[in-house]
Design a protein around this ligand. Structure first.
Ligand SMILES: *Cc1c(COP(=O)(O)O)cnc(C)c1O
Length: 403
């Protein structure tokens, strides 16, 4: 034992733990746990909100709040000053309503057979990406007997969703008719960046500006113009308009692909993925570890078995690519092939014990690797790491003001 780390007291093999020691608390934890710090979410939203003001923040909580728990994250984001919430599909929006969240929610990616009437009844704002969708939403609104709140989406160059620019004036003209007829209210015009280069951003902004002008010429008065997600919202004041849609920054990971860390932006990762050492063995030089023996010991060393694998969100591609974990607060490399349920960590001559806490990723202020670092090792992005934390991992929320 190093004797310097307070978590030393948390080793289950320490003598006669009593019910008040951290040891017992640690043992009571789930084996695989994602701890989500809601205060970090709130602080991250506040930080972005301050930066982008007077533009409003729409907090994006799709894909179960990027794996963090949509309703919990939504409440934390609203506490941090978010003016509304964004999700991909209507089912995600209904889940927020079912959790008692009554703020503005916008959903923008629809099942081609989606029924819009329940969305209108639930007061959900609908992103509309085609003439056909516009008609279906308007018809549903007539059936419900109340106007649908619509955000018209223009494709400014992502080629993914949204009305293509040549069709945009006609869609706006039709939306204006429907607005006059009372079946819809166009509350917003929006788009999405391709996150490529500043030149492409500028070209997309030019299309967006033309689209807003065309909407106004058609008699529409969209109060919420929004195009930026975390990256452009952070760096480009010209991209902020009336609102920005923030996902990754709120979770404390970087939106940038250029090596700018979330820490450099003053953001704190909200999710910590932790487990505990399941086995410890000393091996001799030449011992191979895990499937395929991608790794063999070049010295006598100690291997800790960590019961988190690719089924839990640790990318198999990170095998032998420099991924690290912390055990007792010290960084050690994952060696050999990452398996479905487990991986092996080379701790050298450090003392580790059964049950020692292992942090797979978390807040770098604690010395832990970040999800962004793990992503880098796996050749992906932090977004994919946190959204893929598997169902076997128990989510525990900490912090968060009562609302
Ligand atoms: C996911 C998403 C966002 C959030 O993007 P981040 O890069 O996570 O901030 C914003 N807008 C749309 C349309 C999205 O799909």
């Amino acid at each position: 034992m190093s004797g310097t780390d307070p978590s030393d007291a948390a080793t289950p093999d320490a003598a006669t733990p009593d019910a008040t020691t951290p040891d017992v608390a640690a043992r009571a934890r789930p084996l695989r746990e994602a701890v989500i710090d809601l205060d970090a979410i709130t602080a991250n939203v506040r930080r972005v909100a301050d930066r982008v003001a007077p533009a409003a923040v729409i907090a994006v909580v799709k894909a179960n709040g990027y794996g963090h728990g949509a309703a919990e994250v939504a409440r934390a984001a609203l506490s941090g000053g978010a003016a509304g919430l964004g999700v991909a599909d209507l089912d995600e929006a209904y889940a927020l309503r079912a959790a008692g969240i009554d703020s503005r929610v916008i959903a923008w990616l629809h099942d081609p057979f989606a029924e819009f009437a329940p969305a209108i009844r639930a007061g959900i704002d609908v992103g509309v990406s085609s003439r056909e969708q516009l008609e279906r939403v308007a018809d549903a609104a007539v059936a419900v007997g109340r106007p649908a709140a619509v955000h018209l989406k223009v494709d400014t160059g992502l080629s993914r969703n949204g009305v293509p620019e040549p069709e945009w004036p006609a869609v706006c003209a039709r939306a204006s008719e429907l607005e006059h007829a009372g079946s819809i209210r166009v509350v917003g015009v929006f788009s999405h960046f391709a996150n490529t280069s500043r030149d492409v951003d500028a070209a997309q902004l030019a299309v967006f500006d033309r689209a807003v002008e065309a909407a106004r010429s058609a008699g529409l008065d969209p109060a919420l113009r929004h195009i930026a997600s975390s990256e452009e919202a952070w760096r480009d004041p010209d991209a902020r308009y009336d609102a920005v849609r923030i996902g990754i920054a709120m979770y404390g990971l970087t939106p940038f692909g250029d090596g700018t860390t979330a820490t450099a932006l003053g953001l704190v990762p909200a999710m910590t993925l932790r487990t505990r050492v399941a086995a410890v063995r000393r091996v001799e030089p030449g011992a191979g570890a895990s499937y395929g023996h991608l790794w063999t010991a070049d010295r006598a060393t100690t291997l800790a078995l960590v019961p988190v694998g690719y089924a839990d969100g640790l990318p198999r591609h990170a095998s032998e690519r420099g991924a690290h974990v912390t055990i007792r607060g010290r960084r050690h490399p994952i060696v050999g092939r990452i398996a479905m349920d487990q991986c092996i960590v080379d701790v050298g001559d450090d003392e580790v014990g059964l049950g020692d806490e292992v942090v797979v990723f978390g807040d770098p202020a604690t010395g832990a690797p970040t999800a962004d670092e793990l992503a880098e090792a796996a050749g992906t992005i932090g977004y994919e790491v946190v959204t893929r934390v598997g169902p076997r991992v128990v989510r525990t929320h900490v912090g968060g003001a009562e609302r």
